[in-house]
Design a protein around this ligand. Structure first.
Ligand code: 4NP
Length: 165
């Protein structure tokens, strides 16, 4: 966490599939655009079942096949995240509803957005679906949706915060 940087937090239910993948996809985009020093990117889960775990093996395998090494250790969302981060991105409507309930102020609530709102190339999806009980295609879909939405989200953040590449 650093006030000179834009602090971005991705959130899903378990913090072992979707949000650590979003973190990996966004980190690579930021690195590719020469913006590594301008961003701090993290992820967390609404639940604490997997705290300390690496991302789910299936998520790591699918991500690795696209060149992403996911090494995040799962953690649970905490109240100070609402102060520490500039933007908190939930993967589905239930994440977003729970995050807004946890927020202590309207200003904190306003930091919460939904990843689905940044999906452009897959108009049939308005959220990033939980792949945990799905097969390989569920994990590939998560990565397809995240590669699309992260690019759009990053463009919006750069525009809205006047960050130059
Ligand atoms: P995620 O997937 O929210 O994308 O990390 C899940 C992982 C674990 C569980 C649920 C969703 N779980 O119930 O343990």
């Amino acid at each position: 966490m650093n006030s000179d940087k834009y602090n971005l937090l991705f959130v899903c239910l378990g913090n072992i599939c979707r949000s650590p993948a979003a973190q990996g996809v966004m980190q690579r985009l930021v690195d590719e655009r020469g913006l590594t020093d301008r961003f701090y990117i993290d992820s967390a889960g609404m639940g604490g079942w997997h705290v300390g775990d690496l991302p789910d093996k299936r998520m790591r395998v699918h991500a690795r096949s696209r060149g992403y090494e996911l090494t995040h250790r799962a953690r649970k969302v905490q109240s100070r995240d609402f102060d520490d981060f500039d933007l908190i991105v939930g993967m589905d409507a239930s994440n977003v509803d729970e995050l807004r309930d946890l927020a202590a102020t309207i200003e904190q609530q306003d930091k919460v957005v939904m990843m689905g709102d940044y999906i452009r190339q897959y108009p049939h999806y308005d959220h990033v679906p939980d792949p945990y009980y799905e097969g390989s295609e569920g994990f590939e879909l998560v990565l397809d949706l995240l590669e699309d939405s992260c690019e759009n989200l990053l463009d919006r953040i750069l525009e809205q915060n006047n960050i130059k590449q």
